[in-house]
Design a protein around this ligand. Structure first.
Ligand code: NAD
Ligand code: UDP
Length: 339
């Protein structure tokens, strides 16, 4: 039995990963302070897996709360999702982001070291590449100073984990750099439940589609791309979750630092996304062009071949799957987990 502590396991990507871990025969334990999740997700996970997944209410910054879990369980590895993730908010509250993300990760790594748990899998982001000089991005593309405190916390945590690995050679650090996670579980029971008006494209699109928001503003149509709108690598959250299972299989107890891009390798423009969504709902999704959003990179998509080669993992779900599942989740749960 391999027990995996999943910090932030009640959140969007964490909840989908917990399900795939159970399906693959692992024993996940969720650790979450519910600052950006609702307890209702736990019953939905139970329904999908047919099994109750243990959940500890706790904050990664509080050593004693983490220690309780490590004392009571033999934790083989940690998948570390817990963190704050809103780019705009991080600009307004940088210290809160450094405290929650960097300090929280430091406490977690400290407890892992002290309890001899040597497998750390971290939710990093393509944001560490900044404005790319060239696409697709490989794991060797340069990491650049981030243009938001959020992005900088990802870089800082990557370095901190790598430094610890240097000090403890048997420590295994896996840095998974996600591109743009979207979609939802095909059951329509779990999905992304943003607080307030969404910042990200996909939840905004779904809320326009169900009439919760009137119109999508497309930020910029004068970028040097095929249709003037920005390009991203959207990846279905279930494919992403399966990427974590593949990473555990490959990296557990291997020692060293392992870095993987988790993306599809396909770049879609904002207009491609609007068109795909319009197709999914059978009518044109209301949209208009608006000024560029500060800090947006023009194009960002992965070369995912290292993960294919070494982890035997590939994203297989299509844009059609992503839009259908996102829409299905939004339709079934117009107010997220509050319904
Ligand atoms: P999410 O907000 O849905 O999940 C994060 C979870 O962590 C939430 O359940 C929240 O309650 C919990 N949490 C936050 N601070 C905590 C703390 N101090 N102690 C314990 N729990 C805490 O976000 P998500 O989209 O599932 O993202 C998961 C991770 O992946 C984050 O680290 C995020 O930065 C990273 N990531 C996300 C994206 C994306 O677009 N969603 C892209 C790249 C990387
Ligand atoms: N975007 C948009 N309107 C929105 C939200 C996002 O046009 O309401 C665009 C945004 O400018 C970017 C793309 O959609 O080009 C993806 O944005 P998101 O915030 O989802 O991801 P990120 O920029 O962090 O990759």
């Amino acid at each position: 039995m391999t027990t995996i502590l999943v910090t932030g396991g009640a959140g969007f990507i964490g909840s989908h990963t917990v399900i795939e871990l159970v399906k693959a025969g692992y024993e996940p334990i969720i650790f979450d302070n519910f600052s950006n999740a609702k307890p209702a997700v736990l019953a939905r996970i139970h329904k999908i897996c047919g099994k109750r997944v243990p959940c500890c209410f706790g904050d990664i910054r509080v050593r004693q709360q983490l220690e309780t879990v490590f004392k009571e369980n033999k934790i083989d590895g940690v998948i570390h999702f817990a963190g704050l993730k809103a780019v705009g908010e991080s600009v307004k509250k940088p210290l809160e982001y450094y405290d929650n993300n960097v300090n929280g990760s430091r406490v977690l790594l400290e407890v892992m070291r002290d309890y001899k748990c040597s497998n750390f899998i971290f939710s990093s982001s393509a944001t560490v590449y900044g404005e790319p000089d060239k696409v697709p991005l490989t794991e060797d593309s340069p990491v650049k100073r981030a243009n938001s405190p959020y992005g900088q916390t990802k870089i800082d945590i990557e370095y901190m984990a790598e430094e610890l690995q240097r000090a403890i050679p048997e420590f295994s650090v896996t840095l998974l750099r996600y591109f743009n996670p979207v979609g939802a579980h095909e059951s329509g029971l779990i999905g992304e439940d943003p607080r307030g008006i969404p910042n990200n494209l996909m939840p905004y699109l779904t809320q326009v589609a169900v009439g919760k928001l009137p119109i999508l503003n497309i930020f910029g149509n004068d970028y040097p791309t095929k249709d003037g709108t920005c390009i991203r690598d959207y990846i279905h959250v279930v494919d992403l979750a399966l990427g974590h299972v593949a990473a555990i299989k490959h990296c557990l107890n291997q020692g060293g630092v392992h870095i993987y891009n988790l993306g599809t390798g396909i770049g879609y423009s904002v207009l491609d996304m609007v068109n795909a969504f319009s197709k999914a709902i059978g009518r044109e999704l209301p949209h208009q062009f608006a000024p560029r959003r500060a800090g947006d990179v023009v194009q960002c998509y992965a070369d995912p071949s290292k993960a294919a080669r070494e982890l035997n993992w590939k994203a297989v779900r299509t844009l059609e799957d992503m839009t259908r599942d996102s829409y299905n989740w939004q339709k079934n749960n117009p107010n997220g987990y509050d319904d």
